[in-house]
Design a binder for this molecule. Structure first.
Ligand code: GDP
Ligand code: IMO
Ligand code: MG
Length: 424
Protein backbone atom coordinates (compact mmCIF):
# COMPACT_ATOMS: atom_id res chain seq x y z
CA UNK A 1 0.00 0.00 0.00
CA UNK A 2 1.20 3.49 -0.75
CA UNK A 3 0.39 6.89 0.80
CA UNK A 4 -3.00 7.47 -0.72
CA UNK A 5 -5.55 10.26 -0.81
CA UNK A 6 -9.19 9.21 -1.07
CA UNK A 7 -11.45 11.90 -2.52
CA UNK A 8 -15.09 12.11 -3.53
CA UNK A 9 -15.62 12.89 -7.21
CA UNK A 10 -19.24 14.02 -7.01
CA UNK A 11 -21.30 15.89 -4.38
CA UNK A 12 -20.31 13.77 -1.39
CA UNK A 13 -21.68 10.45 -0.10
CA UNK A 14 -19.86 8.52 -2.81
CA UNK A 15 -19.00 5.74 -0.33
CA UNK A 16 -15.61 7.13 0.75
CA UNK A 17 -16.02 5.71 4.27
CA UNK A 18 -16.49 2.20 2.96
CA UNK A 19 -13.50 2.44 0.62
CA UNK A 20 -11.30 3.91 3.39
CA UNK A 21 -12.38 1.11 5.73
CA UNK A 22 -11.48 -1.44 3.05
CA UNK A 23 -8.04 0.09 2.40
CA UNK A 24 -7.22 0.65 6.09
CA UNK A 25 -6.18 -2.98 6.43
CA UNK A 26 -3.07 -2.18 4.37
CA UNK A 27 -2.36 1.22 5.97
CA UNK A 28 -0.90 2.28 9.32
CA UNK A 29 -2.48 5.68 9.86
CA UNK A 30 -5.77 7.15 8.63
CA UNK A 31 -6.10 10.94 8.62
CA UNK A 32 -8.92 13.39 8.04
CA UNK A 33 -7.75 16.76 6.70
CA UNK A 34 -10.81 18.94 6.03
CA UNK A 35 -14.51 19.33 6.68
CA UNK A 36 -16.12 18.70 10.03
CA UNK A 37 -19.15 16.94 11.39
CA UNK A 38 -21.02 17.75 8.17
CA UNK A 39 -19.46 14.50 6.95
CA UNK A 40 -21.34 11.26 7.46
CA UNK A 41 -19.43 8.15 6.47
CA UNK A 42 -21.24 4.85 6.75
CA UNK A 43 -19.25 1.70 7.26
CA UNK A 44 -20.76 -1.74 7.68
CA UNK A 45 -18.40 -4.20 9.28
CA UNK A 46 -19.20 -7.54 10.87
CA UNK A 47 -22.89 -6.83 10.37
CA UNK A 48 -22.74 -3.62 12.45
CA UNK A 49 -23.39 -0.21 10.95
CA UNK A 50 -21.11 2.61 12.09
CA UNK A 51 -21.52 6.27 11.17
CA UNK A 52 -18.43 8.44 11.35
CA UNK A 53 -18.62 12.23 11.27
CA UNK A 54 -15.29 13.54 12.56
CA UNK A 55 -13.41 10.39 13.43
CA UNK A 56 -11.58 8.67 10.56
CA UNK A 57 -13.17 5.42 9.42
CA UNK A 58 -9.86 3.68 10.24
CA UNK A 59 -10.90 3.71 13.93
CA UNK A 60 -12.79 0.46 13.32
CA UNK A 61 -9.41 -1.29 12.97
CA UNK A 62 -8.10 -1.51 16.58
CA UNK A 63 -4.39 -1.58 15.76
CA UNK A 64 -4.44 1.42 13.38
CA UNK A 65 -3.79 5.05 14.30
CA UNK A 66 -6.22 7.84 13.44
CA UNK A 67 -5.57 11.54 13.09
CA UNK A 68 -7.97 14.48 12.89
CA UNK A 69 -5.75 16.94 11.05
CA UNK A 70 -5.26 20.70 11.23
CA UNK A 71 -7.61 21.43 8.32
CA UNK A 72 -10.63 19.86 10.01
CA UNK A 73 -13.09 21.97 11.99
CA UNK A 74 -13.87 20.15 15.21
CA UNK A 75 -17.07 20.43 17.20
CA UNK A 76 -15.86 19.25 20.64
CA UNK A 77 -19.35 18.39 21.87
CA UNK A 78 -20.18 16.50 18.68
CA UNK A 79 -16.85 14.69 18.81
CA UNK A 80 -17.46 13.49 22.37
CA UNK A 81 -20.93 12.24 21.40
CA UNK A 82 -19.44 10.41 18.44
CA UNK A 83 -16.78 8.81 20.66
CA UNK A 84 -19.45 7.75 23.14
CA UNK A 85 -21.63 6.23 20.43
CA UNK A 86 -18.73 4.32 18.86
CA UNK A 87 -17.59 3.07 22.27
CA UNK A 88 -21.13 1.84 22.94
CA UNK A 89 -20.75 -0.17 19.72
CA UNK A 90 -17.55 -1.73 21.05
CA UNK A 91 -15.01 0.46 19.24
CA UNK A 92 -11.80 1.13 21.19
CA UNK A 93 -10.87 4.83 21.27
CA UNK A 94 -7.98 6.18 23.34
CA UNK A 95 -5.24 8.81 23.06
CA UNK A 96 -3.14 5.95 21.65
CA UNK A 97 -5.25 5.55 18.53
CA UNK A 98 -6.95 8.93 18.08
CA UNK A 99 -4.91 12.13 17.84
CA UNK A 100 -6.42 15.57 17.35
CA UNK A 101 -4.44 18.39 15.79
CA UNK A 102 -3.69 21.29 18.10
CA UNK A 103 -3.92 23.54 15.03
CA UNK A 104 -7.46 22.52 14.05
CA UNK A 105 -10.20 25.11 14.52
CA UNK A 106 -13.13 24.60 16.85
CA UNK A 107 -16.78 24.68 15.91
CA UNK A 108 -18.66 26.22 18.81
CA UNK A 109 -22.41 26.15 19.58
CA UNK A 110 -22.70 29.73 18.29
CA UNK A 111 -21.35 28.61 14.90
CA UNK A 112 -24.22 26.13 14.61
CA UNK A 113 -26.73 28.88 15.50
CA UNK A 114 -25.10 31.24 12.98
CA UNK A 115 -25.23 28.53 10.30
CA UNK A 116 -29.02 28.29 10.74
CA UNK A 117 -29.48 32.07 10.94
CA UNK A 118 -27.44 32.67 7.76
CA UNK A 119 -29.34 29.94 5.92
CA UNK A 120 -32.64 31.58 6.93
CA UNK A 121 -31.33 34.92 5.66
CA UNK A 122 -30.57 33.35 2.25
CA UNK A 123 -34.25 32.44 1.88
CA UNK A 124 -34.92 30.76 -1.48
CA UNK A 125 -31.19 30.74 -2.20
CA UNK A 126 -30.44 28.64 0.89
CA UNK A 127 -27.51 26.26 0.38
CA UNK A 128 -29.17 23.48 2.34
CA UNK A 129 -26.27 23.15 4.76
CA UNK A 130 -26.09 20.38 7.31
CA UNK A 131 -26.50 22.97 10.09
CA UNK A 132 -23.26 21.77 11.69
CA UNK A 133 -21.68 25.24 11.85
CA UNK A 134 -19.17 24.54 9.08
CA UNK A 135 -19.36 27.81 7.10
CA UNK A 136 -19.25 30.10 10.17
CA UNK A 137 -16.31 28.15 11.66
CA UNK A 138 -14.22 28.40 8.50
CA UNK A 139 -15.28 32.06 8.16
CA UNK A 140 -13.88 32.77 11.65
CA UNK A 141 -10.71 30.87 10.73
CA UNK A 142 -10.14 32.91 7.58
CA UNK A 143 -11.08 36.11 9.43
CA UNK A 144 -8.33 35.16 11.93
CA UNK A 145 -10.63 35.17 14.91
CA UNK A 146 -11.15 31.42 15.35
CA UNK A 147 -10.60 29.31 18.42
CA UNK A 148 -8.25 26.39 17.99
CA UNK A 149 -7.86 23.01 19.65
CA UNK A 150 -4.70 24.26 21.40
CA UNK A 151 -6.92 26.79 23.21
CA UNK A 152 -8.55 23.86 25.03
CA UNK A 153 -5.34 23.41 27.02
CA UNK A 154 -5.81 26.32 29.42
CA UNK A 155 -9.31 26.46 31.02
CA UNK A 156 -8.96 30.00 32.40
CA UNK A 157 -7.82 31.50 29.13
CA UNK A 158 -10.43 29.41 27.31
CA UNK A 159 -13.23 31.02 29.34
CA UNK A 160 -12.07 34.48 28.30
CA UNK A 161 -11.57 33.47 24.65
CA UNK A 162 -15.04 31.94 24.36
CA UNK A 163 -16.78 34.78 26.16
CA UNK A 164 -15.85 37.63 23.84
CA UNK A 165 -16.43 35.56 20.71
CA UNK A 166 -19.83 34.37 21.88
CA UNK A 167 -20.81 37.96 22.75
CA UNK A 168 -19.71 39.12 19.30
CA UNK A 169 -21.68 36.42 17.48
CA UNK A 170 -24.70 36.94 19.73
CA UNK A 171 -25.02 40.43 18.24
CA UNK A 172 -25.54 38.91 14.79
CA UNK A 173 -27.94 36.26 16.12
CA UNK A 174 -29.99 38.89 17.92
CA UNK A 175 -30.20 41.23 14.96
CA UNK A 176 -31.27 38.28 12.74
CA UNK A 177 -34.06 37.54 15.21
CA UNK A 178 -32.47 34.29 16.38
CA UNK A 179 -32.04 33.12 19.94
CA UNK A 180 -28.69 34.12 21.43
CA UNK A 181 -26.46 31.43 22.90
CA UNK A 182 -26.15 31.34 26.67
CA UNK A 183 -22.52 32.35 27.08
CA UNK A 184 -22.03 30.83 30.54
CA UNK A 185 -23.58 27.57 29.41
CA UNK A 186 -21.32 27.43 26.36
CA UNK A 187 -18.25 28.11 28.51
CA UNK A 188 -19.25 25.38 30.98
CA UNK A 189 -19.87 22.84 28.18
CA UNK A 190 -16.62 23.54 26.37
CA UNK A 191 -14.46 23.66 29.51
CA UNK A 192 -15.86 20.25 30.50
CA UNK A 193 -15.31 18.87 26.98
CA UNK A 194 -11.74 20.21 26.97
CA UNK A 195 -10.95 18.10 30.03
CA UNK A 196 -11.93 14.92 28.17
CA UNK A 197 -10.31 15.79 24.85
CA UNK A 198 -6.99 17.12 26.19
CA UNK A 199 -5.17 13.74 26.23
CA UNK A 200 -5.84 13.39 22.49
CA UNK A 201 -4.31 16.76 21.51
CA UNK A 202 -1.01 16.60 19.63
CA UNK A 203 1.09 18.21 16.94
CA UNK A 204 -0.25 15.87 14.28
CA UNK A 205 1.93 17.46 11.58
CA UNK A 206 5.00 16.14 13.38
CA UNK A 207 3.26 12.85 14.13
CA UNK A 208 2.32 12.23 10.50
CA UNK A 209 5.69 13.27 9.09
CA UNK A 210 7.56 11.10 11.60
CA UNK A 211 5.29 8.18 10.75
CA UNK A 212 6.07 8.70 7.05
CA UNK A 213 9.79 8.90 7.78
CA UNK A 214 9.52 5.52 9.53
CA UNK A 215 7.98 4.06 6.38
CA UNK A 216 4.42 3.92 7.72
CA UNK A 217 1.58 4.15 5.19
CA UNK A 218 -0.91 6.97 5.55
CA UNK A 219 -4.39 6.99 4.09
CA UNK A 220 -6.07 10.40 3.77
CA UNK A 221 -9.83 10.18 4.13
CA UNK A 222 -11.55 12.91 2.15
CA UNK A 223 -14.86 14.34 3.26
CA UNK A 224 -17.56 15.79 0.99
CA UNK A 225 -16.90 15.68 -2.76
CA UNK A 226 -15.15 17.61 -5.52
CA UNK A 227 -18.28 19.59 -6.48
CA UNK A 228 -18.68 20.76 -2.89
CA UNK A 229 -15.12 22.17 -2.98
CA UNK A 230 -15.01 25.88 -2.12
CA UNK A 231 -12.88 26.58 -5.25
CA UNK A 232 -13.86 23.88 -7.73
CA UNK A 233 -17.44 23.12 -6.78
CA UNK A 234 -20.80 24.53 -7.85
CA UNK A 235 -20.25 27.76 -5.89
CA UNK A 236 -22.02 29.00 -3.82
CA UNK A 237 -23.77 25.65 -3.36
CA UNK A 238 -20.67 24.14 -1.81
CA UNK A 239 -19.10 23.53 1.57
CA UNK A 240 -16.39 25.77 3.02
CA UNK A 241 -13.25 23.68 2.60
CA UNK A 242 -11.03 22.30 -0.16
CA UNK A 243 -12.43 18.83 -0.59
CA UNK A 244 -10.14 18.03 -3.54
CA UNK A 245 -6.78 16.27 -3.26
CA UNK A 246 -4.74 19.42 -2.49
CA UNK A 247 -6.79 19.91 0.67
CA UNK A 248 -5.38 16.65 2.04
CA UNK A 249 -1.88 18.17 2.06
CA UNK A 250 -2.66 21.61 3.49
CA UNK A 251 -5.09 20.05 5.93
CA UNK A 252 -2.56 17.59 7.32
CA UNK A 253 0.82 19.30 6.95
CA UNK A 254 2.07 16.54 4.67
CA UNK A 255 3.90 17.62 1.53
CA UNK A 256 2.44 16.71 -1.89
CA UNK A 257 5.83 15.07 -2.54
CA UNK A 258 4.96 12.40 0.03
CA UNK A 259 1.76 11.36 -1.72
CA UNK A 260 1.99 8.28 -3.94
CA UNK A 261 -1.54 7.90 -5.16
CA UNK A 262 -4.95 9.54 -5.44
CA UNK A 263 -8.06 7.37 -5.63
CA UNK A 264 -11.33 9.09 -6.55
CA UNK A 265 -14.58 7.57 -5.36
CA UNK A 266 -17.80 7.89 -7.35
CA UNK A 267 -21.16 6.21 -7.33
CA UNK A 268 -22.26 4.39 -10.49
CA UNK A 269 -24.95 7.09 -10.63
CA UNK A 270 -25.03 10.60 -9.11
CA UNK A 271 -26.53 11.95 -5.90
CA UNK A 272 -26.65 15.33 -4.22
CA UNK A 273 -28.08 16.48 -0.91
CA UNK A 274 -28.91 20.16 -0.39
CA UNK A 275 -29.56 22.90 -2.95
CA UNK A 276 -27.81 23.73 -6.21
CA UNK A 277 -27.72 22.68 -9.85
CA UNK A 278 -27.79 19.00 -10.83
CA UNK A 279 -27.78 18.48 -14.59
CA UNK A 280 -28.58 14.75 -14.63
CA UNK A 281 -31.14 14.78 -11.81
CA UNK A 282 -33.90 12.28 -12.54
CA UNK A 283 -37.07 11.73 -10.59
CA UNK A 284 -37.55 8.12 -11.70
CA UNK A 285 -34.04 7.16 -10.52
CA UNK A 286 -34.60 9.00 -7.23
CA UNK A 287 -37.89 7.17 -6.67
CA UNK A 288 -36.39 3.81 -7.58
CA UNK A 289 -33.46 4.20 -5.15
CA UNK A 290 -35.61 5.65 -2.35
CA UNK A 291 -38.09 2.79 -2.75
CA UNK A 292 -35.17 0.42 -2.23
CA UNK A 293 -34.54 2.26 1.09
CA UNK A 294 -31.34 3.80 -0.27
CA UNK A 295 -29.97 7.32 -0.54
CA UNK A 296 -30.95 8.90 2.73
CA UNK A 297 -28.24 11.12 4.26
CA UNK A 298 -26.15 9.78 7.15
CA UNK A 299 -25.84 13.18 8.88
CA UNK A 300 -29.26 14.78 8.46
CA UNK A 301 -31.43 11.89 7.24
CA UNK A 302 -32.50 13.96 4.23
CA UNK A 303 -33.49 12.11 1.05
CA UNK A 304 -30.69 12.56 -1.48
CA UNK A 305 -31.50 13.85 -4.95
CA UNK A 306 -30.49 11.21 -7.52
CA UNK A 307 -29.73 11.03 -11.23
CA UNK A 308 -27.72 9.36 -13.96
CA UNK A 309 -23.94 9.22 -13.92
CA UNK A 310 -22.50 12.54 -15.04
CA UNK A 311 -19.24 11.84 -16.87
CA UNK A 312 -18.66 15.55 -17.53
CA UNK A 313 -18.30 16.06 -13.79
CA UNK A 314 -16.36 12.84 -13.36
CA UNK A 315 -13.79 13.72 -16.00
CA UNK A 316 -13.20 17.22 -14.61
CA UNK A 317 -12.88 15.89 -11.05
CA UNK A 318 -10.37 13.24 -12.17
CA UNK A 319 -8.33 16.09 -13.68
CA UNK A 320 -8.52 18.42 -10.66
CA UNK A 321 -7.63 15.63 -8.23
CA UNK A 322 -5.08 13.92 -10.46
CA UNK A 323 -6.73 10.57 -9.85
CA UNK A 324 -4.61 7.54 -10.61
CA UNK A 325 -7.58 5.27 -10.14
CA UNK A 326 -11.27 5.39 -9.38
CA UNK A 327 -13.43 3.30 -7.10
CA UNK A 328 -17.01 2.89 -8.32
CA UNK A 329 -19.48 2.20 -5.55
CA UNK A 330 -23.16 1.25 -5.57
CA UNK A 331 -22.92 -0.49 -8.92
CA UNK A 332 -25.60 -2.81 -7.53
CA UNK A 333 -28.00 0.17 -7.41
CA UNK A 334 -28.40 -0.18 -11.18
CA UNK A 335 -29.00 -3.96 -11.14
CA UNK A 336 -32.70 -3.84 -11.99
CA UNK A 337 -32.64 -1.36 -14.87
CA UNK A 338 -33.38 -2.21 -18.51
CA UNK A 339 -31.41 0.79 -19.72
CA UNK A 340 -28.71 2.86 -18.08
CA UNK A 341 -27.71 6.33 -19.19
CA UNK A 342 -24.40 8.16 -18.96
CA UNK A 343 -24.18 11.89 -19.54
CA UNK A 344 -21.15 12.30 -21.82
CA UNK A 345 -21.48 16.06 -22.55
CA UNK A 346 -23.64 19.10 -21.82
CA UNK A 347 -25.58 21.16 -24.31
CA UNK A 348 -25.33 24.81 -23.31
CA UNK A 349 -27.25 27.32 -25.45
CA UNK A 350 -27.10 24.91 -28.39
CA UNK A 351 -23.37 24.21 -28.07
CA UNK A 352 -21.89 20.94 -26.82
CA UNK A 353 -19.41 21.39 -23.96
CA UNK A 354 -17.24 18.94 -22.03
CA UNK A 355 -16.41 20.88 -18.88
CA UNK A 356 -18.84 22.22 -16.28
CA UNK A 357 -19.40 25.97 -16.70
CA UNK A 358 -18.60 28.33 -13.81
CA UNK A 359 -21.93 29.94 -13.04
CA UNK A 360 -25.16 28.64 -11.59
CA UNK A 361 -27.39 30.12 -14.36
CA UNK A 362 -25.23 28.42 -17.00
CA UNK A 363 -25.27 25.11 -15.12
CA UNK A 364 -29.04 25.39 -14.83
CA UNK A 365 -29.32 25.89 -18.59
CA UNK A 366 -27.15 22.85 -19.38
CA UNK A 367 -28.97 19.89 -20.86
CA UNK A 368 -27.45 16.46 -20.52
CA UNK A 369 -26.29 14.66 -23.68
CA UNK A 370 -26.86 11.01 -22.90
CA UNK A 371 -25.68 7.75 -24.32
CA UNK A 372 -27.74 4.70 -23.44
CA UNK A 373 -26.40 1.35 -22.34
CA UNK A 374 -28.27 -1.90 -21.94
CA UNK A 375 -28.72 -2.95 -18.29
CA UNK A 376 -27.29 -6.26 -17.03
CA UNK A 377 -30.46 -7.11 -15.06
CA UNK A 378 -28.68 -9.31 -12.58
CA UNK A 379 -28.14 -9.13 -8.81
CA UNK A 380 -24.46 -8.30 -8.40
CA UNK A 381 -24.40 -8.13 -4.60
CA UNK A 382 -23.15 -11.69 -4.08
CA UNK A 383 -20.22 -11.57 -6.50
CA UNK A 384 -16.77 -12.25 -5.09
CA UNK A 385 -14.69 -11.72 -8.20
CA UNK A 386 -14.74 -8.84 -10.67
CA UNK A 387 -13.97 -11.29 -13.48
CA UNK A 388 -17.47 -12.74 -12.96
CA UNK A 389 -19.25 -9.47 -13.70
CA UNK A 390 -21.83 -9.80 -16.48
CA UNK A 391 -20.44 -8.56 -19.83
CA UNK A 392 -22.94 -5.67 -19.93
CA UNK A 393 -21.71 -4.42 -16.54
CA UNK A 394 -18.13 -4.63 -17.82
CA UNK A 395 -19.11 -2.61 -20.90
CA UNK A 396 -20.72 0.06 -18.70
CA UNK A 397 -17.63 0.25 -16.46
CA UNK A 398 -15.20 0.35 -19.38
CA UNK A 399 -17.07 3.21 -20.98
CA UNK A 400 -17.31 5.03 -17.65
CA UNK A 401 -13.54 4.72 -17.19
CA UNK A 402 -12.91 5.93 -20.74
CA UNK A 403 -15.08 9.01 -20.22
CA UNK A 404 -13.67 9.68 -16.73
CA UNK A 405 -10.07 9.36 -17.87
CA UNK A 406 -8.93 6.93 -15.16
CA UNK A 407 -9.05 3.21 -14.66
CA UNK A 408 -11.51 1.57 -12.26
CA UNK A 409 -9.56 -0.30 -9.56
CA UNK A 410 -12.25 -1.03 -6.97
CA UNK A 411 -15.95 -1.79 -7.20
CA UNK A 412 -18.68 -1.64 -4.60
CA UNK A 413 -21.54 -4.10 -5.02
CA UNK A 414 -23.11 -3.68 -1.58
CA UNK A 415 -22.58 -1.72 1.63
CA UNK A 416 -20.59 -4.37 3.55
CA UNK A 417 -16.80 -4.39 3.72
CA UNK A 418 -16.60 -7.70 1.87
CA UNK A 419 -18.83 -6.43 -0.96
CA UNK A 420 -15.80 -4.76 -2.49
CA UNK A 421 -14.17 -6.17 -5.60
CA UNK A 422 -10.65 -5.50 -6.82
CA UNK A 423 -10.45 -4.91 -10.57
CA UNK A 424 -7.17 -6.08 -12.12
P1 GDP B 1 -19.43 8.80 2.22
O1 GDP B 1 -19.92 10.03 2.90
O2 GDP B 1 -18.73 9.08 0.94
O3 GDP B 1 -18.61 7.92 3.12
O4 GDP B 1 -20.73 7.98 1.83
P2 GDP B 1 -22.01 7.69 2.76
O5 GDP B 1 -21.64 6.63 3.73
O6 GDP B 1 -22.58 8.94 3.28
O7 GDP B 1 -23.05 7.19 1.67
C1 GDP B 1 -22.82 6.05 0.92
C2 GDP B 1 -23.99 5.08 1.17
O8 GDP B 1 -23.86 4.01 0.28
C3 GDP B 1 -23.94 4.46 2.56
O9 GDP B 1 -25.25 4.15 2.95
C4 GDP B 1 -23.13 3.18 2.34
O10 GDP B 1 -23.42 2.17 3.30
C5 GDP B 1 -23.61 2.79 0.98
N1 GDP B 1 -22.65 2.08 0.13
C6 GDP B 1 -21.35 2.34 -0.08
N2 GDP B 1 -20.88 1.55 -1.07
C7 GDP B 1 -21.94 0.80 -1.48
C8 GDP B 1 -22.10 -0.17 -2.50
O11 GDP B 1 -21.20 -0.49 -3.26
N3 GDP B 1 -23.35 -0.71 -2.63
C9 GDP B 1 -24.40 -0.37 -1.81
N4 GDP B 1 -25.57 -0.96 -1.98
N5 GDP B 1 -24.27 0.54 -0.85
C10 GDP B 1 -23.05 1.12 -0.70
P1 IMO C 1 -19.70 13.37 3.19
O1 IMO C 1 -18.31 13.46 3.77
C1 IMO C 1 -23.00 15.21 1.07
C2 IMO C 1 -23.49 19.53 1.55
C3 IMO C 1 -24.72 20.02 2.28
C4 IMO C 1 -24.92 21.35 1.56
C5 IMO C 1 -23.49 21.84 1.35
C6 IMO C 1 -22.98 22.79 2.42
O2 IMO C 1 -20.62 12.48 3.94
O3 IMO C 1 -19.60 13.06 1.73
P2 IMO C 1 -22.23 22.49 4.94
O4 IMO C 1 -22.97 21.92 6.12
O5 IMO C 1 -20.96 21.77 4.63
O6 IMO C 1 -22.03 23.97 5.00
O7 IMO C 1 -23.23 22.26 3.70
O8 IMO C 1 -22.68 20.67 1.35
N1 IMO C 1 -22.67 18.54 2.30
C7 IMO C 1 -22.62 17.24 2.02
N2 IMO C 1 -23.31 16.51 1.11
N3 IMO C 1 -22.05 14.63 1.83
C8 IMO C 1 -21.34 15.35 2.70
O9 IMO C 1 -20.28 14.85 3.38
C9 IMO C 1 -21.63 16.72 2.87
N4 IMO C 1 -21.15 17.71 3.65
C10 IMO C 1 -21.79 18.83 3.29
O10 IMO C 1 -25.82 19.16 2.09
O11 IMO C 1 -25.48 21.13 0.29
MG1 MG D 1 -21.71 10.83 3.59
Amino acid sequence: MSNTIIVGLQWGDEGKGKIVDYLTERSDVVARAQGGSNAGHTVISGGTKYILHLIPSGILWPEKKCVIGNGVVIDPLGLLKEMEKLRSQGVHISPENLLISEHAHLTMPYHCSLDKAREARRGVNAIGTTGRGIGPTYADKIERQGLRVTDLRDPDKLTHEITWRAALHNQELESAGFEKVNVEEVVAQIVAAAELLRPHIANTVVYLNEALAEGKMVLFEGAQGSYLDIDHGTYPFVTSSNTTAGGACTGSGVSPRKIDKVIGVAKAYTTRVGGGPFVTENEAISDMLHNMGREYGATTGRARRCGWLDAVLLNYAVMVNGCDEIAITNLDGLDGLDEIKICRAYLLDGKEINHPPATIPELERCEPVYETHQGWKQDLSGLTNAADLPPLAKTYLNRLAELAGARVSLLGIGPAREQTLVVD
